[in-house]
Ligand binder design. Sequence first.
Ligand SMILES: Nc1ncnc2c1ncn2[C@@H]1O[C@H](COP(=O)(O)OP(=O)(O)OP(=O)(O)O)[C@@H](O)[C@H]1O
Ligand SMILES: [Mg+2]
Length: 208
Amino acid sequence: MLSLKNIYYHPSTAEKPILRDLCLKSNTGKITIIRGASGSGKTTLVEVISGLSGYQKGEITWFNKTLNARQRRWLCGLVFQFPERYFLGLSIAQELRLGHKRLTTDEQISALTKVGLINLDLKKPPESLSGGQQRRLAIAVQLLRSPKVLLLDEPTAGLDWSVRNGIIELLAKLKDKQTILIVTHEPELFRNLNTANYELNHGQLIPE
Ligand SMILES: Nc1ncnc2c1ncn2[C@@H]1O[C@H](COP(=O)(O)OP(=O)(O)OP(=O)(O)O)[C@@H](O)[C@H]1O
Ligand SMILES: [Mg+2]
């Protein structure tokens, strides 16, 4: 169980706090879906949870144990809103092998197939893929790590319906093993899954 208690985050460069007294509990079995207006702090929230940003007050625990930022980076896998900004590998194969040096070609293909990427030339750079393919590659990279907590920032944005449905089906399969939290402008896409829905509003999560 991932638990956020009264999280307060006010970066010195921001006029107002972005998160204030934010509480959340998320567990396997039920996907947490967070919507919110542009600029409401959704990306900031997943960055804080995943340990990429700190916070000034509150506590983040995993099964009642408080976690520091390094432990959260280890626990969580974050699929960024714009994953293309963060690719490090010179090829698709290299991107998949980051942190998995011995990954075989069969294992690479199997990871890509899970996210609906087939018949790719693995020697091509990740940047040669379309926006939707890049998002799916970023998901495949995180799936290889099998993080206990999977955070996805706008995973369905800009994807066509068949790819979107493929990703939703994949998340439905993963949800019993991994704690999944999704930030999205399209919460209705997930309505057939078992979800807990919230709106991020003025720095707090409001159950819907
Ligand atoms: N380090 C920072 N310093 C100053 N302002 C920040 C910082 N990080 C985030 N912000 C501001 O906090 C607000 C929330 O940003 P964030 O990117 O989390 O919103 P979002 O809900 O993900 O928006 P979108 O739906 O457009 O992706 C914005 O006004 C942003 O400019
Ligand atoms: Mg965002």
